[in-house]
Design a protein around this ligand. Structure first.
Ligand SMILES: NC(=O)c1ccc[n+]([C@@H]2O[C@H](COP(=O)([O-])OP(=O)(O)OC[C@H]3O[C@@H](n4cnc5c(N)ncnc54)[C@H](OP(=O)(O)O)[C@@H]3O)[C@@H](O)[C@H]2O)c1
Length: 202
């Protein structure tokens, strides 16, 4: 059994990840702190550090947080770009850079991206751009991680459980069940792969 920190646990993707972590001691965290073990803001390095210090020893970090702003490219404001970049890109990178000081030998990080960098749709340029950047970050930084530490990213299509929110924006897409996406998180945490983008698409 591993100790796994799951960030964004009450979100739709967090619940999907949870289905693949049943073997483990899962410590949950999110921005509001409601219904989870710890409060954390992934856009704040100090908050990330506090979380890791409070948890103490852990073997894996699974992040399912990445707030994205949606708008047509021509009307995207600097603030909308910044919100997305600070959460989905810089926040996730900081979870790894700060986490390296605390995670056990042989531990793993699993991040979140999303299929829109491979299959673009209108309004989603910020999500697509940061998802592509996170996929690249994971593939490349894996070569630099010390102490047998691994890193992967899950790049899923839309969840069946979120189809009522995003379905209208995504004609021609086939949603996948959360439990299938949970398997991708399980493969990252319990397998030996590193530097991989684990696509879950229908
Ligand atoms: N849903 C899908 O079908 C789908 C498919 C592919 C990719 N994705 C990607 O998965 C990610 C999560 O999507 P979702 O649908 O699960 O969103 P969601 O249901 O809105 O959940 C978001 C979660 O993130 C937490 N959160 C937000 N900002 C935070 C911060 N700064 N620090 C810590 N926690 C924070 C929220 O915590 P509180 O509730 O405490 O505020 C909540 O638990 C996004 O990047 C999205 O692009 C989603």
């Amino acid at each position: 059994m591993k100790t796994v920190i799951l960030i964004g646990a009450n979100g739709k993707m967090g619940q999907a990840a949870l289905t693949g972590l049943g073997k483990h001691r899962v410590i949950t965290a999110s921005r509001s702190g409601e219904g989870v073990d710890y409060k954390v803001d992934i856009t704040d390095k100090n908050s990330i550090q506090e979380l890791y210090k409070k948890v103490g020893s852990f073997n894996a970090v699974v992040n399912t947080v990445g707030v994205c702003e949606y708008a047509p490219f021509e009307s995207m404001t600097s603030e909308q770009w910044d919100t997305t970049i600070q959460s989905k890109l810089v926040g996730q990178i900081n979870l790894v850079s700060v986490g390296l000081q605390y995670i056990e030998d042989g531990g793993s990080f699993t991040l979140i991206s999303g299929i829109l960098n491979m299959k673009p749709i209108p309004f989603a340029i910020a999500d697509a751009t940061t998802s592509g950047a996170i996929d690249t970050f994971v593939k490349c930084v894996a070569h630099e991680l010390p102490r047998g530490i691994r890193i992967n990213v899950v790049n899923p299509t839309v969840l069946e459980e979120a189809w009522h929110v995003y379905g209208e924006m995504m004609p021609g897409f086939q949603p996948v069940p959360s439990v299938l996406v949970g398997k991708a998180f399980e493969r990252s945490v319990d397998g030996f792969i590193s530097g991989e983008v684990i696509f879950v698409d229908a």
